[in-house]
Design a protein around this ligand. Structure first.
Ligand code: C2E
Ligand code: MG
Ligand code: MG
Length: 698
């Protein structure tokens, strides 16, 4: 397309000349428009499509430099050639200084040169526009990216900072311009705090892109610091000559804090901030290496809180979490800085005593832990009591690596649980056999319900005055193909630990109620059935609902059902126990305290529990007649039962002497091998028949 040239001139001769010269241009002719006044010229330019202007500096409505400045102000993007008589060349030159692209002296321009000149002026202006656009785009881009950018010249003096660099260094572009790079970009090593080498100098020397050294800190203008990372590169011109350096960097402080936090979280327990399993393993391996080198010992303590699950279930997780935090603080207070207290998850903690000089020392620490943890914890206005069981393994006796050491301590911890909890046990190699046995039992137990391997035996409870059978205690037996009849002592605690006791307990309760109903339907006088309830079941959220459902399902009258709960379970959280017992009472179920005398009942609580029966633990009965103090305890319990209007049942009567003593003390009821062993359903049924409502010979 032809370029359109606007000739602004009232000089007819010159205009004609221009038309002649430009009209004759061979390659690409011009479209020419002529206007004789500045004001009309400005209007025309405003309408667009003018590629260049030839502006006569003498116009009817304006003269001299003003002519140019007014037109230039309207259209700085259109190239302007000014035109004047040769005597006014000075004036033309001043216009060029103000932005005109060139000038023509009237009568002194030749056809070829003018056409070429005009074309190159137009082309140059177009290029300028493109450059301007590119530059503006680059500027916007540089200022909107998050990375800071600083450019320097070959002397290492700053000639550019983008907005991010201004923000990060706290130097404005004006302040930094011309300053040596190292003044604005003051960097040190995070660890040594020594100055790092000047990045720009390095690039100037090596003439290649380089990365900043790791862990670099930038000292800002106000002295504050930021961790930064990134790179610097040479800037080259078209011919490949280096003209400066560009440094690109960004603030990684937040990312570093985050990554430190992540690293901490990966090695610590979120609830207690104690080292976790991962870090503990590391520490144990380190400690083992040291112990090997120095021929010393180290010890691992494996702790499991006793009955923590009940606290969590009954008082809620918020309290449970607080208790775990309180426990971890106390544990940390029991050991030295060189030791490691870690949380394995749940209510399990593992402590590494890195320099345990002797087993006596370890025992002292274990004792200290038992005592300190047993002191009441005051949390969210609750007073909580918790104990713990501890297993101890010693390097190199009980394992040569972290995994074995922890496993041995874990096994020893189970023994501490079996020893009545709240104690510690050193690992012994024969414990391994027991641990394997436990695992085997647990595995078989998982399928026992499905395979219908459980049965109930019934032990008669007898009125000691009349010899009449008053009821029966349902006792579970596990008929296992290989192991034969397995007694509850061997599997109940395993069922409790694995949670299997819940479905098993539900089966026992349903089966006992069904059996009582069967005897009812066979026409026997109603036999009261006692069912043992384990701690885990008793604290289950839906325990009450379960009892209710089973009574409904089986149709058994609630008054025919007695639930036995051991004294220690009731006392563990007496307030919560009262609430549960009361609900059971409202259902019409009768309640017995099992193994009474072993659990340190407080009399004040005993009065508040809505109980019906006290069962004197068999250990007291079996010591008769040898143990005098037990005899006193038995008569005290009977007296207490009388005053609280409770029935008292003595358990474990094995001989005539014991029976005589209990009868003399006017103990109401008894249970024991001497009266009757636990019987199968058939045996019990036959007894009911034979004895015609069961009168045992006393
Ligand atoms: P427990 O509730 O105190 O039950 C009495 C235990 O003493 C029974 O043992 C019974 O066989 C035994 N026994 C009765 N008379 C005598 C005697 O004269 N001498 C001796 N030495 N022992 C006598 P068993 O059946 O082995 O049960 C042991 C414990 O297992 C029970 O103690 C109870 O705590 C628990 N248990 C039994 N069945 C169940 C059950 O279905 N559910 C739950 N959760 N626990 C059960
Ligand atoms: Mg019992
Ligand atoms: Mg008992």
């Amino acid at each position: 397309m032809a370029n359109r040239i606007l000739i602004l001139s009232a000089d007819a001769a010159e205009t004609a000349m221009l038309h002649q010269v430009l009209g004759a241009a061979r390659e690409q002719p011009f479209d020419l428009e002529t206007i004789a006044s500045l004001s009309s010229g400005i209007t025309r330019v405003g309408q667009g499509q003018i590629d260049a202007i030839i502006l006569d500096l003498t116009l009817p409505d304006c003269m001299g430099h003003a002519n140019f400045s007014r037109m230039y102000a309207c259209t700085p993007e259109i190239p302007i050639l000014v035109m004047c008589p040769w005597e006014q060349e000075e004036l033309a030159i001043s216009c060029v200084h103000s932005g005109a692209q060139g000038y023509l002296l009237k009568g002194h321009f030749s056809s070829y040169l003018l056409a070429q000149g005009l074309r190159s002026v137009i082309a140059r202006k177009e290029l300028e526009a493109v450059f301007y656009k590119e530059k503006a785009r680059a500027e916007i881009a540089l200022n909107s990216i998050g990375d800071a950018v600083i450019c320097t010249d070959l002397q290492g003096n700053i000639d550019y900072l983008n907005v991010a660099a201004e923000k990060l260094t706290l130097w404005s572009r004006e302040q930094a311009n011309g300053h040596p790079f190292s003044e604005v970009f003051n960097i040190i090593n995070a660890d040594t705090r020594n100055a790092e080498r000047n990045t720009v100098e390095l690039v100037l020397q090596q003439k290649q892109t380089i990365g900043l050294p790791p862990d670099t800190i930038l000292i800002k203008r106000d002295g504050s610091e930021a961790s930064i990372e990134d790179s610097a590169a040479p800037i080259n011109d078209l011919s490949g000559r280096q003209t400066g350096v560009v440094v690109v960097f960004h603030d990684v402080s937040a990312a570093q804090i985050m990554s430190k936090k992540m690293a901490f979280l990966a090695q610590h327990d979120f609830l207690t901030n104690l080292p976790n399993r991962l870090m503990l393993n590391d520490r144990i391996e380190q400690a083992i290496t040291m112990a090997k080198r120095n021929q010393t010992q180290l010890a691992i303590l494996f702790l499991d809180l006793d009955n923590f699950k009940h606290i969590n279930d009954s008082l809620g997780h918020a309290i449970g979490d607080k208790l775990l935090q309180s426990v971890s603080k106390r544990l940390a207070a029991c050991v030295r800085d060189s030791d490691t207290v870690s949380r394995q998850g749940g209510d399990e903690f593992v402590i590494l005593l890195a320099e345990s000089e002797s087993e006596i020392n370890t025992a002292i620490i274990a004792n200290k832990i038992l005592q300190l943890l047993a002191c009441p914890h005051y949390l969210l206005e609750c007073e909580l009591h918790i104990t713990t069981s501890i297993g101890v393994s010693v390097y190199p006796l009980d394992g040569e690596d972290a995994e074995t050491m922890i496993k041995s301590a874990d096994i020893a911890m189970y023994h501490a649980k079996e020893h009545g909890r709240n104690n510690f046990q050193f690992f012994r190699s024969d414990m391994n056999t027991r641990a394997i046995e436990r695992q085997k039992i647990e595995a078989h137990l998982r399928v026992a319900l499905e395979k219908q391997e459980f049965v109930l035996h019934y032990q008669p409870q007898v009125n000691l005055k009349t010899g009449k059978v008053t009821g029966a205690e349902a006792l579970i037996r596990w008929m296992h193909g290989d192991m034969g009849m397995v007694m509850p002592a061997r599997f109940i605690s395993i069922a409790e630990d694995s949670g299997l006791i819940v479905p098993i307990g539900r089966w026992v309760l349903r089966e006992a109620c069904l059996q009582a109903q069967r005897w009812n339907l066979q026409g026997f006088a109603p036999v009261s059935i006692s069912v043992n309830i384990s701690a885990v079941e008793f604290r289950q959220k839906n325990f009450l609902q379960g009892v209710q459902n089973i009574l409904q399902e089986t149709g058994l009258n609630a008054s025919q059902l007695e639930l036995e709960i051991t004294e220690s379970v009731l006392m563990r959280d007496a307030q919560a126990s009262i609430a549960i017992l009361q609900e059971l009472k409202e259902m019409g179920v009768r309640l017995a305290v099992d193994d009474f005398g072993t659990g340190y009942s407080s009399l004040s609580y005993l009065e508040q529990f809505p109980l019906d029966v006290l069962k004197i633990d068999q250990s007291f009965v079996q010591d008769i007649p040898a143990n005098g103090s037990n005899r006193i305890i038995i008569s005290a319990v009977i007296g207490m039962g009388n005053s609280l209007q409770l029935r008292v049942i003595a358990e474990g009567i094995e001989n005539q002497v014991q029976l005589n003593f209990l009868q003399a003390q006017q103990c109401h009821e008894g249970q024991g091998f001497f009266l009757s062993r636990p019987l199968t359903v058939e045996q019990f049924g036959r007894m009911l028949l034979r004895k015609n409502h069961a009168l045992l010979a006393l």
